[in-house]
Design a protein around this ligand. Structure first.
Ligand code: TXA
Ligand code: MG
Length: 349
């Protein structure tokens, strides 16, 4: 299949009538799959009501079928169609954070969506993306759109159309190129079917922001212990991995430099993922700066692109600096831990 490249400049007015949006929406109604930008990462969209369309997503991504998809909507009416009820906590979160990088689990109304979309779970995960192209596409298709991140399963999520192309060309009908995404890490996933809502995946909206509007929330224990089974099926898979093995080093830059030299003495070529503040300090085979430590949102925005960038070099090992586990740093560390297959080394204090 030839993958169509549909460029859309998202500052134009009346996006719903843009010929490329019209074309992409038509493909979705014909049960084809189309990649599109959201404010977090690129999504791979399909008609969430069609088994045929949803199966194409699992196939193109090489995604295990027990890993359910997030449904993307452009208005609240679409939510009401798919859920048994809107819990009070969910209503407050929708009012405050939608459109935006927050995915909410609701009790699912049976018989509306393809069962494949929710991997036969009783809940359904929904979000309203804060991106003009995504919203225009969903409105134009007049369908709830199931969309995982538009990468091959296991690879870093795409924050540019070219990342999608590298992973999925020939396997999907079209890519809407709307430039770089903003947030860079995926949406926060929160289960609002529990009395006290539970965060299943840290992401674009922080725990602190959520607690400021609904009070106490819990965090799925599996996020901080490898022994627990995660409530969100997707969280158990290795993910985001660059080609070379990655290890996160939690310690001073002097200690990290020593670790780099130890590996180089063994004849290995070593890359280091660092930030603007420290990039001139390191002497390694490849040094890549991933934003500014002073503003961790810049690190989130560049993280996946940086992980992919290391694949351009012949290196044997990538070290990454660690980041504080707070605010958006929580999502950054969650993704880095997974990209590293949980290999973290701490400096003895
Ligand atoms: O920012 C995002 O959320 C991006 C953009 C494209 O919207 N999408 C995304 O989708 O990250 P995906 O498929 O890569 O991750 C969805 C996560 C997975 O961990 C999945 O297991 C979980 O959400 N999930 C989906 N439905 C669920 C459900 N009913 N119960 C528990 N977890 C669910
Ligand atoms: Mg994903």
């Amino acid at each position: 299949m030839e993958t169509k490249w549909l460029k859309v400049d998202n500052i134009v007015d009346n996006l719903m009538n843009h010929p490329h949006i019209v074309q992409a929406a038509k493909l979705l109604t014909e049960n084809e799959i189309v990649a599109f930008p959201t404010e977090t990462v690129y999504g791979l969209g399909a008609n969430a009501k069609s088994d045929e369309a949803v199966q194409k997503i699992y196939q193109a991504k090489g995604r295990p079928s027990d890993n359910p998809l997030i449904i993307h909507v452009a208005n609240i009416k679409q939510v009401e169609e798919m859920v048994e009820e809107i819990p009070k906590s969910a209503q407050i979160l929708m009012d405050r954070f939608w459109p935006g990088p927050l995915t909410i689990l609701f009790p699912q109304k049976k018989g509306v969506l393809s069962p494949a979309v929710t991997a036969n779970l009783p809940t359904v995960a929904i979000r309203m993306p804060n991106h003009p192209i995504a919203l225009a596409l969903i409105e134009a298709a007049q369908l709830p759109i199931a969309a995982p991140s538009a990468n091959r399963s296991g690879k870093p999520s795409p924050t540019k159309a070219s990342h999608v192309y590298d992973d999925l060309q020939g396997k999907i009908a079209a890519i809407i190129d709307g430039g770089e995404t903003g947030v860079g890490v995926e949406s926060t996933v929160i289960d609002c079917t529990e009395n006290i809502p539970v965060i299943l995946r840290p992401g674009g909206i922080t725990k602190e922001q959520i607690e400021a509007v609904i009070g106490e929330v819990h965090i799925d224990a599996a996020l901080h212990s490898e022994k627990e089974k995660p409530k969100s099926p997707g969280m158990k898979y290795t993910h985001y991995a660059p080609d070379a093995p990655l290890i996160v080093l939690d310690g001073s830059k002097e200690w990290i430099q020593k670790k780099i030299e130890e590996q180089q003495r063994k004849g290995l070529k070593v890359g280091i993922l660092t930030t603007e503040e420290n990039k001139d300090f390191y002497d390694a085979d490849v040094v890549i700066s991933c934003g500014n430590r002073k503003d961790l949102t810049t690190v989130a925005a560049k993280l996946y692109d940086t992980l992919r960038e290391f694949n351009q070099y012949e290196i044997d090992l990538i070290y990454s600096e660690a980041f504080p586990n707070e605010q958006i740093g929580d999502a950054i560390m969650n993704r880095l831990r997974k990209a590293a297959g949980h290999r973290i080394e701490k400096e003895d204090q």
